[in-house]
Design a protein around this ligand. Sequence first.
Ligand code: 5AD
Length: 441
Amino acid sequence: MSENAGYNKQFHIETYGCQMNLSDSELMAGILTSHGYRAADNLEDADIIIVNTCAVREHAEKRVIGHLANLNRYKQKNPNLVLGVCGCMAQHMKEKIIEAAPHVDFVIGPDAYRNLPVAISSALEGDAFLDLKLDKTEVYFEIEPSREAGVRAWLTIMRGCNKMCTFCIVPYVRGRERSIPIAALLAEVRKLAQDGFAEVVLLGQTVNSYHDGQHDFSDLLIAINGIEGIERIRFISPHPVDITDKMIDVMARYDKICKHIHLPLQSGSTKILQTMRRNYTAEEYLRLVEKMREKIPTLAIGTDIIAGFCGETEEDFQATYHLVETVRFDSAFMFKYSPREGTIAYRKLADDVPPEEKGRRLTAIIELQERISLEINKGLLGQEVEVLVEGESKRDPNQLCGKTDSFKTTVFPRDNAKAGQFVKVKVADATGHTLFGEEPK
Ligand code: 5AD
């Protein structure tokens, strides 16, 4: 394929779902740019629109189908416009996407992005294109992503998942686990530092299962900690069973590693954790949290919880509720269980919690978590927090915003601080989601 295949053509990528998808969109942008395509400033200017999708819950897929219907307007205005669907939902729904949205020109799964230029050329010649092969070895590591300039860079360190949680579609749409060799990652992080990124966020479906044959996740954290110019290191999402004592020690000891972890719980009932195949009990999760807090006293913890999984009784739900009360997470993403075709739960377990009951449980746990997040954040009133400045606050141009080490969004009055700098902010007010800095006296 010629380097200039895309001469003069502009693309626009829309991303749904998780940070891995954001990172994949940057990868696709990198592939297209190296083939001579250009990023469009806005949707209206695009010759190629790519929707990068998520399959983790039905709601995400329904939103994309609705959006694809809307994008048909652009195709009607411009018959040469190419519309592609990529990512997890492409892999999950396969040909059914074309049935649901016949105006879509190509459908490409997460392991086939190298074929984007071919897909676009086929579409321009009037042929639909479908590539859904999963490739156990594809990690795209020599491809340069096209990142938006900023303070925080996403870096995919491993792809796929071997855990086979019964509710989860990821192993079916992203394939088996594979890691990028450490040397390639370190070279990339050095480049990120040169490009002015102060923070790197390591990404993987079970990021701490990272192993390149010789180096594990802790080795990688230590090596990145030594790279000049990188000030903060984060990672999402670790799996509780792969948190080793070595990893906790490394987090405690190395200063650039943020004292924050997003540690998906899913349920506080050991019986439900077993049907989910999470491979830990509620007690083990709690002990892990206690151990981490003992070694890293300032650790902030976030989590994911599913309400109303197959077989979840009121008692199981109460166990989750109580565990949330006991752990006191800083934040949580909470979801109703959504059966996903192809998963073990879909095939073998009855989705037996009625929708209104799922909704009631979800609301109860959200209300509890909102109260806890608010209490924790109000506990910071009057204290000074260190914020890495990201830029102007979206809501108020007179304010700046950034995150604390503990990943709390902080908004504070504009002074001379610039993106990429650390500033000390005295917390004057707080909601469950945001800290607000003091006005200058
Ligand atoms: N239904 C509801 N939530 C789900 N998640 C994953 N699969 C499902 C599902 N089928 C949630 C989990 C996971 C997060 C990314 O999405 O909590 O950690």
